[in-house]
Design a protein around this ligand. Structure first.
Ligand code: KG4
Ligand code: ZN
Length: 346
């Protein structure tokens, strides 16, 4: 029954968690920096790194104590070492290496995006039938995977511009809804008409597994502020943002365009891979509209509990258990890596 301490600091959440046996979450501590970045309407890397330094030790202490363990009772240290912001990654990776060395415990580096997929296995022993299509949709990532089993994961498609969560955050900024924008848009969308505004579904080529959300974001901008005349900068032009029912309708119509696109790509990926189930993770997997749409999907769909959708360390500690079982340990020379795995074409 190995107890693994997970550390997550890839972006703007400082998190620590203890997970036993890959499923049993004994503690899950997340210090969000959302308030620090809100006035910039997005994550400022330098501010994120500094906040990680301040938050990490208290979060680690709470994570270990919350699990009712002394540091010596931890069996391994896991850390998300890729992908992410370099300054943010370095704080978590350095802390993990230091702890592993000081406690004399194995170190396990995990891929943050793969960990988002693994989050469906937390607090659950029901294994998805493999192969599965994996969709990670978050603020930093929107990608499709063929999941052959844990941790045999191959990327089969991804966004060519914005991540879907990034589009939510930028549309929320256009609508004056603050950061992060996903939860606010999701809430307002529930009271709006998804057919009120015909925003584009960018599906690219007929069998394409790529995503593009940049045009949708611009369509919302033009809908709200008008199509710019030659030489006019719509980003600074005076405008009256929608309010009341009109705001709800824009949110619902934007959300419908995102959800339709995500579900269609999952459908294509399932066809292309012969998948037996679907796994969805990442911040946008908390979205009510997406969850409702996937409820009608013809394959079994596995979604994480809401507390494990956004960035957390339990998913890292959980995935690390699989690596530990397979003897895939990292050395103390583990380095932070900013990019995700390269796409494997099969
Ligand atoms: O997984 P996450 O915490 O960070 C990354 O790995 O990027 O995802 C954060 C993203 C943000 O863009 C946020 O707006 C979005 O997830 N998000 C949502 C919802 N909750 C969070 N987007 C749509 N609907 C939600 N309910
Ligand atoms: Zn994430």
């Amino acid at each position: 029954m190995p107890a693994i301490l997970g550390i997550e600091s890839t972006c703007d959440e400082t998190a620590a968690a203890v997970v036993v046996d890959g499923h049993d979450v004994r503690s899950n501590v997340v210090a969000s920096q959302a308030e620090l970045h809100a006035k910039y309407r997005g994550v400022v890397p330098e501010i994120a790194s500094r906040a990680h330094i301040e938050n990490l030790l208290p979060v680690l202490r709470e994570g270990v104590a919350g699990a009712g363990l002394a540091p010596g009772q931890i069996d391994a240290i896991a850390v998300a070492y890729r992908p992410g912001l370099i300054g943010s990654l370095l704080i978590g990776v350095t802390a993990a290496k230091t702890l592993a060395w000081a406690l004399g415990k194995p170190l396990i580096g995990v891929d943050h995006v793969h960990a988002h997929l693994y989050s469906v296995a937390l607090e659950s022993n029901a294994s998805p039938p493999f192969p599965a299509v994996g969709l990670v949709c978050s603020g930093g990532h929107t990608a499709l995977y063929r999941v052959n089993g844990w941790p045999d994961v191959a990327m089969i498609g991804g966004t060519i511009d914005d991540a879907v969560g990034e589009a939510y955050d930028k549309v929320a900024a256009i609508l004056g809804l603050g950061y992060p924008g996903g939860p606010a848009i999701d809430r307002l969308a529930a009271a709006g008409d998804p057919r009120a505004v015909a925003f584009p579904r960018t599906l690219l080529g007929r069998d394409s597994l790529e995503f593009s959300f940049s045009g949708l974001k611009t369509a919302v901008l033009y809908h709200v502020r008008g199509v710019p005349r030659r030489g006019e900068d719509v980003k600074t032009a005076a405008h009256e943002p929608p309010a009341g029912q009109a705001l709800n309708d824009v949110c619902a119509s934007f959300q419908a365009a995102c959800v339709d696109t995500l579900v269609e790509k999952v459908r294509r990926a399932a066809r292309a891979t012969g998948a037996r189930s679907v796994i969805v993770g990442g911040g946008v997997s908390a979205n009510r509209g997406l969850r409702d749409a996937l409820a009608a999907f013809p394959l079994p769909v596995f979604l994480p509990p809401l507390r494990y959708c956004t960035d957390n360390a339990a998913m890292c500690a959980g995935l690390a258990h699989v690596h530990l079982q397979a003897g895939r340990l990292s050395g103390l020379d583990l380095d932070a890596v900013t990019f995700s795995e390269l796409r494997r074409v099969s």
